[in-house]
Design a protein around this ligand. Sequence first.
Ligand SMILES: Cc1cc2nc3c(=O)[nH]c(=O)nc-3n(C[C@H](O)[C@H](O)[C@H](O)COP(=O)(O)OP(=O)(O)OC[C@H]3O[C@@H](n4cnc5c(N)ncnc54)[C@H](O)[C@@H]3O)c2cc1C
Ligand code: SF4
Ligand code: SF4
Length: 532
Amino acid sequence: MISDVNIKVKRDLCYACGICVDRCIMDNLRLSLAPCRQACPIDMNCQGYVRLIAQDREKEAAEELRRYTPFGAILGRVCSHPCEAVCERRDTDGPVHIRALKRYLADSYPEISRHILPLAPDTGLGVAIVGSGPSGLTAAYELRQKGHRVRVLESAPEPGGLLRYGIPSFRLPEDTVKRTVATLEEMGVSFQTGKDVGQDLELDRLESEADAVILATGAGPSKKLNLPGMNLSGALQGLDLLRRVREGNAPSLGKSAIVIGGGNSAVDAALTCRRLGVAEVRMVCLEDPSQMPAFALELEEAREEGVVIDNCWGPTRLVPKENGQMEIEFSRCLSLFDDQGCFRPILEQACGLRFSTDSIVLAVGQEVKADAVPEYLLDPSTKRLAADSMTRQSLIREKIFACGDCHSGAGSVVEAMASGREAAISADRFLRGEGLHWGRGNGDGCIKEYEVDRSRAKGGKRGKLSRLAVEERTLHLEVERTLSSYEARVEAERCLSCGRAAEANRTCWYCLPCEIECPVKALEVRMPYLVR
Ligand SMILES: Cc1cc2nc3c(=O)[nH]c(=O)nc-3n(C[C@H](O)[C@H](O)[C@H](O)COP(=O)(O)OP(=O)(O)OC[C@H]3O[C@@H](n4cnc5c(N)ncnc54)[C@H](O)[C@@H]3O)c2cc1C
Ligand code: SF4
Ligand code: SF4
């Protein structure tokens, strides 16, 4: 499919922006997507901003990033970076640090990162969004951009959802979230905090006041385990611990803590315990090391900070001890999944591991709790809003849409943002009386085929991210540092620039808007009958 017969693309210059593909009236061009971009839930042109950094065109790189999202500083810190998992360089000398480069741009060019793009003319229509986590913030941004009035209702004292009250500030500083919310406020989004929909205000009333409603209420509180002794006072829920720390109301945990769970929230809870001064912290989980859902970098940080990890154990009971401590018992986990691949751990009968501890923190996931939604709008099997899987529109009330973890179950920040964007597209179309399914799920101007030419990139291993020394780490100081401009340049030069514009259909009429509008003059139309 990738062809250069009539259209010649200079690979060194092209940064796969796709403008030429948009401009071609003959449907001749396709954008061949780099694997990093194919993997990005918000379709970010990662290759584009990486390539521009490598060419020392950093301002344009920051603008390319901003074209896709105003949340670069957040994603640059906590994105689960599915792009890096598929980066073409992963099997040679390590994937390009796409996430860290995003952070570099957002931190180095804050005025571009927070730039307000022109808003569409006011439609006079209003949307209410319930919940201000990444999905709600993204839906608010997209709908305001499209000219609607947007009101966000949030039950917590401050906006941000898990960005504000879940992820610890040593990974995502409070200021980063505040500045992003401030940008949305400057655009005209209004935030009403301390407003619990379902308690302070009924969804029915909200629905009658607004032209459309988006539910972005998250996955719910920490999942509980029905174990004997789980009601003891030293047994805490992981999300409660993290929220209390971010509210400045940390509980006292004693000298030892056992964290149950193997995901990011368990690691965050374990690292938080260490920073609260707990001398002995253990994480115990069902999974073996290769199955643990936590990011590798987070696990490395936990080990560096002295957290001991015990794999393949499941808790069975807690027993109070006379000295105020608790004893917790674990049995060997024999298998995690059943024959159908469903999560159904089987534990050995006998107790195989026993610890005495001052505190226990349960971080085994989140429980669905759709407080805002009346029972008749819920899917009885999932207990989530019954909604169309593509448009996210309620199957019962056409004005209501759902997005983020409350729609899909616990996921990641970037997935929640992608979901918020889809819900916003649907709500906007609904408000304009357009079809919600139209043009979605079909092909676009892109192909998944790409070309790798290793000769253009510089050699060298994936760089090491600079982090605070273990003894300098505190509850609030950010551990990872922003790349220096030299580090950013060296890292970006490793990119192979896998994607590019390409001729697909041989329908060229030599009309030239593609060539004229290419911002970097990377494209040349070869006219057989004309010497230029
Ligand atoms: C400890 C922890 C660490 C994580 N770390 C990462 C990470 O590093 N990278 C990553 O990609 N993902 C991470 N995640 C996952 C990520 O944070 C979530 O997937 C994401 O925040 C989901 O976004 P959301 O908008 O759907 O919901 P949330 O962020 O949960 O926000 C929902 C909001 O809705 C509000 N709300 C709920 N009910 C009501 C109501 N009735 N009325 C008004 N408001 C209401 C809540 O108060 C909350 O503010 C982490 C999760 C946890 C728990
Ligand atoms: S080498 Fe560059 S373009 Fe290719 S996948 Fe990696 S970051 Fe993307
Ligand atoms: S050829 Fe130019 S316009 Fe087309 S994708 Fe590449 S940089 Fe963009």
